[in-house]
Design a protein around this ligand. Structure first.
Ligand SMILES: [Zn+2]
Length: 361
């Protein structure tokens, strides 16, 4: 371990307390402690959170809760201890965050997983009730949610189990907790910088939100979905040759590569990038003789235009069965760039955007 960072070690020890509290509910602390601290039966309520009744030491331990929540996930057994919308038990983030539109109109927003499961024969099915009819734009999300749930089942004779994400098989150790805290600190600062860049883009808010998910590799690509729906077809629908990951779909796929080539001809970007980070960096060194401050702003329009257009065309193929062409992606890019041009001020950027518009006339 080298020289210990005591602040990080302290955090790792807090994680250990929280881990024991959840992992060993009957043995270590007993129901008495739970009753004393007014703990609930599922979700965050499992933890002693009511400040007035907490002793000093527990207040300290609860300071590690956010780290704990980020480093763990649930494997569903009976589904009694896990909050359906707020806990992490399927996918990479809680359902309530990923299906926010459905969550807002759901009947049961604070209930354990088990109360969404309907037993039938030896098996069962999921029932997610909403308070009103779904709008057109909510239907896709609702279907995606059901598709995701389709791969998970409640298991009647097994307790819900907490998993230490960095080492799922081995579980938590103080050393593992310490490593996680250290690594997480680095990732956090990278994400903070990226956050500033993405949310500072001169593009519509909806697209910023999408780009933010893309950089975290948290959009619903087939590879991403396959983590909890194991038998899903993972092939990229644009080329059919490789698995659909974020890097493949937006960078490596031959069809998208063609689009980047046109973008490069337009003087927009180089085409030597191999992942999202180097793509973003290449945006900062545009070949066009534009001054540096404008460069960053322009690439902040061009990159999202290609990524978002690719995603739209990809969805057309997946949900409507249309046939994809690089030309369709490019046409969409052109439309977006000219629409979003209004967000961008300065004669130079207008010229570059004109260049993009001209390249395939
Ligand atoms: Zn492909």
């Amino acid at each position: 371990m080298g020289i210990l960072n005591m602040a990080d070690m302290n955090k790792a020890l807090l994680l250990k307390w929280l881990w024991c509290w959840i992992d060993n509910p009957s043995v270590l602390w007993g129901p008495l402690a739970r009753e004393r601290y007014n703990c609930g039966l599922f979700g965050r309520a499992l933890f002693p959170q009511h400040a007035r009744s907490l002793s000093g030491i527990w207040k300290g331990i609860m300071g590690g809760l956010e780290d704990f929540v980020q480093a763990t996930r649930w494997v569903i057994g009976t589904g009694d201890r896990v909050s359906f919308w707020s806990d992490l038990w399927t996918g990479n983030r809680p359902l309530g965050e990923r299906y926010a539109a459905i969550f807002r109109i759901a009947v049961n927003t604070d209930a354990p997983v088990s109360s969404f499961w309907r037993r039938r024969g030896g098996d069962g099915y999921w029932e997610v009730l909403v308070r009103r009819n779904l709008n057109d734009h909510e239907v896709d999300g609702y279907l995606q949610l059901l598709e995701e749930l389709h791969g998970v089942r409640v298991v009647e004779d097994r307790l819900d189990q907490i998993i230490w994400k960095p080492k799922p098989a081995e579980g938590f150790s103080v050393k593992g907790g310490y490593d996680w805290v250290r690594r997480h600190r680095v990732v956090e600062s990278w994400m903070a910088r990226k956050h500033k860049e993405v949310w500072g883009c001169k593009i519509p808010l909806k697209i910023k939100a999408f780009m933010w998910l893309v950089y975290q590799e948290k959009i619903l690509t087939k590879s991403y979905i396959s983590k909890w729906v194991p038998d899903i077809e993972k092939r990229c629908v644009l080329c059919g040759a490789e698995d659909e990951t974020v890097t493949h779909l937006f960078i490596a796929c031959p069809m998208v590569k063609q689009v980047w080539r046109w973008m490069s001809m337009a003087g927009g970007l180089g085409d030597s990038f191999t992942n999202l980070e180097s793509l973003w960096q290449s945006g900062k060194s545009l070949r066009n003789p534009v001054d540096r401050s404008v460069r960053a702003k322009v690439s902040q329009i061009l990159i999202p235009a290609v990524v978002w257009s690719t995603w739209l065309i990809r969805n057309h193929v997946v949900f409507r069965g249309s046939i994809p062409y690089a030309e369709n992606i490019w046409e969409s890019v052109i439309r977006m760039v000219s629409d979003w041009g209004v967000f961008c001020v300065g004669a130079t950027s207008v010229r570059l955007i004109d260049g993009v518009l001209d390249v395939r006339e």
